[in-house]
Design a binder for this molecule. Sequence first.
Ligand code: AMP
Ligand code: MG
Length: 336
Amino acid sequence: MKPKLLTATAVLFVIALIIILKFILSASPHIYKKSEFLMDTVITLTVVSNSEKRADEAIESAFNNLRRLERLLSFFDAGSEVSAINKNAGTGAVKVSPETFELTKTALEKAELSCGAFNPAIGPVMGLWDFKNKKRPADSELNKLLPLLDYTRIVLNINDSSVMLIDKGMLLDLGGIAKGYAADRTVELLKRAGMKGGIAAMAGDIRVWGTRPDGSPWRVGIRAPRGTSDDLIGVLSLEDLAVSTSGDYERFFIEGGIRYHHLIEPTTGYPAGDFQSVTIVNPEGVVTDALSTAVFVMGREKALRFIKKNKLMAYLIYADGTTYTTENLRALFDNR
Ligand code: AMP
Ligand code: MG
């Protein structure tokens, strides 16, 4: 071969190599991620995709759907369907979207399952606890409102997709279950958009699907309750599972050495005292969210019986800092 021809062949070869490499790199799956403040918390969506464009579009439509769900389910937004149900307590049934109906129905099922430890009628008492201004209610005020926490007086009518609170003053609060539900809906949407794997993380309510690009499981940290928000006490390796942690460090104040927090025992109206945090793992986020709240509120003895009976995967941190991991979770859990 002549030297000129040799040089031209070499140049062509290098160009072809660059094109092939670029193609391989762009076709190999990558991780794409975006966070937004929504539902009173930071939500981070992570997806595995071969295409940045498709990943961006899928994440955007998932956030749009989350904004829509927030507008339906928020306790604080005066225009939400939950607020409409609450404003009509004692006066009338409110026709709602399939999502609000479905989630209220699931919340009532979890209330039954947990013998009322999970209580979506907790609203009136929640309103008395002012964590921002570190003010706790007087016992007389609390006791007056306890009769309004009867979740059996939340009535669903499947025929016209309506919800009614029978007594004036009742307040539906789906705050203990809505983020897990939103994680489920988000994963469903992202899967439909062709995303092969990822994480829908709504603060303490997280659902993962598929694997990381190298085929390994997703790793989800569990917070050390008395550390900073970056301190982990353990890490779970998860594929196609949801995990929720309910902790006494999320919204709280300390007065006279006692920690008052946002997980309320419905029979007393006071924060539940036996745990620092409760973590539940299950295929569905709506289940992990409701049951991490429920188990936290039950207290130690009932919680252990409930976990055993329902074969739950659980990681408990007791009030004294000691921990318990159920047998069925040990293979997925790395202690730090
Ligand atoms: P989570 O962080 O999922 O455990 O939920 C905490 C939220 O659930 C609180 O901010 C309340 O809105 C609500 N909540 C508190 N206590 C209960 C309870 N016993 N049952 C159901 N929801 C509750
Ligand atoms: Mg919860």
